[in-house]
Design a protein around this ligand. Structure first.
Ligand code: ARG
Length: 585
């Protein structure tokens, strides 16, 4: 709001000088000197063939008088802008009165967000942590900025792992009842699944027959043959209970609890369209679609005739049907796009928050959908690929024994470590409280990094109550709450009275502009940083001013109003980050 108003004043002046150019304004790089700055004069002076400093002076001289801003030229030709006392008071109270704290809506698009993506029958592991964290936050960001968002968990429930798990349970004698070989129906438990899948997955790599049989079982499930399909549904239910529990603990909420299996009726429809458009062909019994574009699959010259052909910029074809007719990952994703467009009209974007390492898969899926017009021309299909969560050794986070870490173990670790922290702060053990702090720490630690980058999972750092961490922000809000509870605050305007207070207002404007930056970058790191900077400015203010013991009533009430404003801005940001604030800590 402020930045745009300053920009307007500058540009009005430039227009008055009959110069055809636009100046832009940014937050100050030297906050001790000014609040905002413009570096545009240098490029404009090139156009008008003037000495930059002369032009800067002319522009500043021509700016319409404003009681809110002071413009100054700083050599060689910067324009520095400071808010006046009146300006700070004016904007602080606008922020205080506005229920969105001054953040404007900026889009009304309709978006479907695909995140979560847990796999049925497999235990959730640490690799499934980033998608619900980033996805939930992007969903809230988009909604906050005015978009209509539909979230779908898109469970992995139609692939080979189903056949593998069932076959293993069958071989272990668990499923005899369904094949008429036992009287009592078994209770399939999570423990059974957690054991069966890894066992089967290892076996398929060394036992060709087992792998082929698992393919057959998978196909029977996909064809809804009995008893395979009934058993599948039982396994799915057991798994989904656990998945729901974990997503709830992580604070991820979904509108749709669909899985790959739900697009089933669209698979033949999608394949038919693709075939009718002449896009698919047979290859070794499988159905494939060539998706390479110009500049891809350029043959690299072979040194000898029997050398395997290699390509520059390889782009393998999308495989839509296996040798036995079974559907694959790409098939369900394509059919799901068709289903989504049938279920929801006018989706502007479909976004996938999935590991960066799946980017080839999404390139293939998106290209098939565009070629076959399964996705309308103007619909954006986007893969927001996230980097890997590494251990302190810089390698993907594993247990000491080198196994993948189960999500359950991560959540328990978060609770345990947060409890230790609370204990050292003399707060008695409370699982929910520890979960809020632990998960908050984890989320902030994750979201503080650019989505596409790998990062190090360092729980001790994430859980610190000081520095750029989730608990520090949570603690700041708790501290404000405690002051507001102790004081009797009344409705009162804010009168800015110190440099620390000015800094707080500037930090709120910076925070407000971070929403748009995050929206464009599809990454929350800017919001994390700006939230931290506001909390940190608040701490400085709090340490330098006595609030509860302030004798001047007006001054005290003004400071309390400022606290309310800071709290509102922090809570608004934490809500987008999907980080809850505990009552105490
Ligand atoms: N289940 C997949 C996995 O674990 C993730 C699903 C992502 N979403 C999608 N539409 N492909 O890798």
């Amino acid at each position: 709001m402020v930045r745009q108003e300053i920009e307007k004043l500058l540009n009005d002046s430039i227009k008055k000088l009959n110069i055809d150019a636009q100046a832009s304004v940014s937050f100050s790089f030297l906050p001790a000197i000014c609040d905002y700055q413009s570096n545009s004069v240098f490029s404009i002076a090139k156009k008008t063939n003037e000495k930059p400093i002369d032009l800067a002076n002319k522009i500043v001289k021509n700016i319409e008088e404003s009681s809110f801003f002071k413009f100054e030229v700083a050599p060689p030709a910067f324009i520095n802008i400071k808010l006046t006392q009146e300006g700070f008071n004016h904007y602080a109270n606008i922020l205080l009165r506005d229920e969105r704290c001054g953040v404007k809506k900026l889009s009304n698009q309709k978006v479907l967000l695909d995140y979560g993506g847990a796999n049925v029958a497999k235990a959730l592991h640490v690799g499934h942590l980033r998608s619900p964290i980033i996805g939930e936050s992007l969903k809230r960001l988009y909604k906050f900025l005015g978009e209509e968002v539909i979230s779908d968990v898109h469970l992995g429930d139609w692939g080979l792992q189903m056949g593998l798990t069932e076959l293993q349970l069958y071989q272990d004698g668990v499923l005899d009842y369904y094949f008429g070989n036992a009287k009592e129906e078994p209770v399939i438990t999570l423990e059974m699944l957690n054991e069966a899948y890894p066992k089967a997955s290892a076996k398929k790599n060394v036992d060709e027959k087992f792998k082929k049989d698992a393919d057959e079982w998978t196909l029977k499930i996909q064809e809804k043959q009995e008893p395979y399909y009934t058993i599948y549904k039982k396994i799915r239910n057991v798994s989904v209970v656990q998945i729901k529990k974990h997503y709830k603990e992580l604070g991820a909420e979904f509108d749709l609890w669909y899985g790959e299996s739900d697009c089933d009726e669209f698979i033949p429809k999608a394949l038919k369209i693709i075939e009718e458009k002449g896009l698919s062909k047979e290859s070794d019994g499988a159905t494939i679609v060539d998706v390479a574009i110009e500049g891809e699959n350029i043959p690299i010259e072979k040194k000898s005739p029997d050398e395997v052909q290699r390509y520059k910029n390889p782009m393998p074809p999308a495989i839509l049907k296996k040798y036995n007719g079974g559907a694959l990952y790409a098939t369900t994703d394509i059919a799901t796009i068709m289903m989504r467009n049938a279920d929801f009209k006018n989706l502007n974007r479909i976004e996938y928050i999935v590991d960066l390492r799946q980017s080839l898969h999404f390139t293939q899926v998106f290209r098939v959908c565009k070629m076959a017009e399964i996705s309308p021309k103007d619909q954006q299909l986007l893969h927001i690929g996230y980097g890997t969560m590494n251990g302190k050794d810089g390698k993907p986070f594993k247990t000491r024994a080198g196994d993948t870490v189960k999500l359950e173990d991560v959540i328990n670790l978060l609770i345990e470590k947060a409890s230790e922290k609370l204990e050292s702060n003399k707060v008695e053990y409370d699982r929910d409280l520890a979960l809020k702090i632990g998960v908050g720490a984890m989320k902030f630690g994750d979201l503080s990094n650019n989505v596409g980058k790998d990062y190090v999972f360092d729980l001790d750092k994430f859980l610190s109550f000081e520095g750029k961490t989730g608990p520090y922000i949570q603690y700041t809000v708790c501290r404000i709450n405690s002051i507001l509870n102790k004081a009797q605050s009344e409705e009162c305007e804010i009168h800015i009275d110190s440099e620390e207070e000015k800094d707080i207002i500037n930090k709120i404007f910076k925070l407000n502009s971070a929403y748009e930056v995050c929206y464009k970058e599809k990454s929350l790191n800017n919001l994390c940083l700006a939230t931290y900077e506001l909390a940190s400015s608040f701490s400085t203010f709090y340490n330098n001013h006595k609030i509860l013991t302030e004798q001047n009533k007006n001054r005290k009430q003004s400071m309390l109003s400022l606290l309310k404003l800071v709290k509102k801005a922090l809570l608004q940001a934490l809500n987008v980050l999907a980080i809850e604030v505990p009552e105490k800590m």
